[in-house]
Design a protein around this ligand. Structure first.
Ligand code: 5RP
Length: 223
């Protein structure tokens, strides 16, 4: 794997928010690989934490790096969730789901006391724009759900992987809807959520508490 320096820098900078005894939400995506590698090193040095993974891929990486895992149960208290994003706007609204893990990521983020997002400079935008908004939909009748999305003015494209429909860890499909400029993220998110068959969208509205931006010469934080 070619090392992405800015993602690795953001991951390293987030370690100061990890303390002994914490339960940590483990987001998904390539940036999380760097975080999990660092976290694994800390665990090998004696740090006691538990992680709640948001995807099968994250679960595998965590186990590879020796990060102990736990489940998200009623009494689980997630002290901090660490995750990546595809874009972060000036109001800290996030576009996520490039890797298709948006539903579990959102459940974990919503359960966490704090959500810290790790990105590089290119993902910081004033408004979310020129991107695909991932929408997780139930496979049953998905074409009807896609028609309902079309009626809202979008052009949903079923996501494919390795020549077959992409299946999320929840057993669902993802349709990607191209967005030119997102003027009203909450309104758009709500518009999708009210459609039967839609599980959730990759818009995380007002959920991030802190954003760590990895740059060539170090990390910058916003909150
Ligand atoms: C996965 C996500 C990821 O956090 C997002 O796609 C960013 O990925 P990467 O760290 O690979 O740039 O939302 O569902």
């Amino acid at each position: 794997m070619v090392v992405n320096k800015t993602k690795a820098t953001a991951a390293k900078a987030s370690l100061k928010y990890i303390n002994n005894g914490m339960t940590i939400g483990l987001g998904s995506g390539s940036t999380m690989y760097y975080f999990l590698e660092e976290l694994g090193n800390l665990v090998q040095s004696g740090l006691h934490i538990e992680g709640v993974p948001t995807s099968k891929r994250t679960e595998k990486w965590a186990l590879d790096f020796g990060v102990p895992l736990t489940e998200l149960a009623r009494d689980t208290v997630i002290d901090v969730a660490i995750d990546g994003a595809n874009q972060v706007d000036e109001n800290f609204h996030l576009l996520k789901g490039g890797g298709g893990s948006l539903v579990r990521e959102k459940i974990v983020a919503a359960s966490a006391k704090e959500l810290i997002i790790l990105i590089d400079d290119s993902k910081c935008v004033s408004r979310i724009h020129d991107a695909d908004l991932p929408v997780e939909v139930l496979p049953f009748g998905w074409e009807k759900t896609a028609m309902a999305i079309e009626q809202q003015g979008y052009d949903p494209i079923l996501r494919y992987k390795d020549g077959a429909s992409f299946i999320s860890d929840n057993g669902n499909y993802i349709v990607d809807c191209h967005i030119r400029t997102l003027e009203a993220p909450l309104k758009v998110h709500q518009q999708f959520k009210k459609l039967t068959g839609v599980v959730d969208t990759g818009l995380f509205i007002g959920m991030a508490d802190r954003v760590i931006i990895g740059k060539e010469d170090g990390a910058v934080e916003k909150r």
